[in-house]
Write a protein that binds this ligand. Structure first.
Ligand SMILES: Cc1cc2nc3c(=O)[nH]c(=O)nc-3n(C[C@H](O)[C@H](O)[C@H](O)COP(=O)(O)OP(=O)(O)OC[C@H]3O[C@@H](n4cnc5c(N)ncnc54)[C@H](O)[C@@H]3O)c2cc1C
Length: 387
């Protein structure tokens, strides 16, 4: 691919090869930027959970050319079925289709989604270096640095160095790039809830996504492939209990499902120690503007980490990667491109984070389920607006 300058960006370093980092790297490379991608994980893995892919997230993936692969290797649906927590059927909800040819919603295993994105990174022949992070970033401005061309001087954790026109911090909620270059930002804050997840074989009776209502611990099941699902449950977080042994994870989740019927009950009765089970305390942060300093910019959870209540964190990360590349392509200067990126993303991400955290707070306070439903519905209506 011919190398071109978009907003004076000929080359870029993307730190973090997760969902947001790969979306950014692909979107920049498709516009002719020479992108290097690094990830701290020597094996570039992702943990074995499933992930819900909402309509807006599918729309963003369609823009990356990955919709068909997600449809083929994940599971898509138009309807979610609601039950009382004991398994009594309540109603079916037809999810709105937001664009012609786009499924309403879906799910996929995270490792499968990563392989789809990694395949595109490899197809674009982007250099990927693993087991590597950054230890120092210095913005050089040609106006003040004695006429030397502007750029970011990067020191990598293996002692090597490089210079890039743009550095993108896509290294997630505990971002090292953020710690190094954005002193006005801080860590994500705990919300008081935790999320239990299990990935396992599909219950024989499950036909579509399911939600279980009326229990203090909200719970749902999302198909992720023809024969696989993941189930999630939100609970109040027990302070000082972040890490469980595999046996504790198994026993606790089984216990938490004691009151549940239907397919949630089936999962309780059929789960095994071989299934992937995880507990994660939830945290969120909308980092204060600016999301860029000189030639360094943040995307994804590094800038806008949310909780799973709207199942939109990954979608926001993909959208941010696309918008960053679009705005740099459109702008005359890097500064203008980065400002336009932030302007297009800030309020949308704020809305997702504030709504998700507010719904979690209502759940902790045992607020009326109708109020949760209305908050989520209104947020989804806003989410389907073009990004
Ligand atoms: C419990 C839970 C459930 C969720 N469920 C959903 C859902 O159903 N749907 C949805 O859309 N979103 C969901 N999310 C949110 C979603 O997972 C994140 O918003 C999304 O993964 C963010 O993408 P990212 O690229 O910023 O970070 P990640 O996808 O986490 O990728 C970060 C990458 O950076 C690498 N890295 C980390 N530190 C460094 C470093 N210092 N140097 C170099 N590389 C580094 C990591 O190895 C990783 O590869 C959920 C989140 C949680 C916590």
């Amino acid at each position: 691919m011919a190398q071109v300058n978009i907003a004076s960006v000929a080359n870029a370093l993307v730190v973090g090869g997760g969902i947001g980092g790969m979306a950014t790297a692909i979107s920049l490379a498709e516009r002719g930027v020479a992108v290097d991608l690094i990830d701290v994980d020597p094996e570039w893995r992702v943990y074995g959970a499933g992930i819900t892919i909402t309509g807006p997230t599918l729309r963003a993936y369609r823009q990356l050319g990955m919709l068909d692969a997600i449809k083929a290797q994940g599971a898509v649906t138009t309807t979610t079925r609601f039950f009382r927590y004991d398994g009594t059927p309540m109603f079916d909800l037809d999810e709105p289709v937001i664009e012609e040819g786009l499924p309403a919603t879906g799910g996929i295993m995270r490792p499968v989604l990563h392989r789809i994105m990694q395949a595109r990174v490899q197809e674009l022949k982007l250099p990927v270096r693993l087991g590597l992070t950054v230890t120092a970033l210095v913005n050089r401005d040609s106006r003040v640095d004695g006429g030397v061309a502007g750029g970011v001087d990067v020191t990598f954790s293996d002692g090597t160095t490089g210079r890039y026109d743009l550095v993108v911090g896509a290294d997630s909620i505990s971002s090292a790039v953020r710690d190094i270059a954005f002193p006005h930002m801080g860590p994500a804050l705990p919300t008081g809830q935790g999320c239990w997840r299990i990935s396992m074989a599909k219950p024989p009776g499950l036909e579509m996504s399911e939600f279980f209502l009326g229990h203090g611990n909200p719970c749902g099941i999302t198909p992720c492939a023809a024969d696989q699902i993941y189930m999630w449950m939100l609970t109040p977080h027990e302070p000082r209990k972040d890490h469980f042994t595999p046996q504790e994870l198994f026993d606790r989740l089984k216990g938490l499902l004691a009151d549940f019927g239907g397919n949630a009950g089936w999962i309780r009765d059929n789960m095994t120690m071989d299934d992937w089970i995880n507990y994660r305390p939830l945290a969120a942060a909308l980092q204060p503007a600016p999301w860029y300093q000189g030639r360094i910019v943040l995307v994804g959870d590094a800038a806008h980490a949310t909780t799973p209540h709207l199942a939109s964190g990954a979608g926001m990360a993909v959208e941010s990667g696309i918008v960053l590349a679009e705005e740099l392509e459109r702008a005359d200067t890097l500064e203008a491109g980065l400002a336009a990126y932030q302007a297009r993303r800030f309020d949308r991400c704020r809305d997702i984070i504030e709504t998700s955290v507010a719904v979690g707070q209502l759940q902790l306070e045992h607020g009326p389920p109708e109020e949760h439903g209305q908050m989520l519905e209104r947020a989804f209506t806003r989410l389907i607006e073009p990004f």
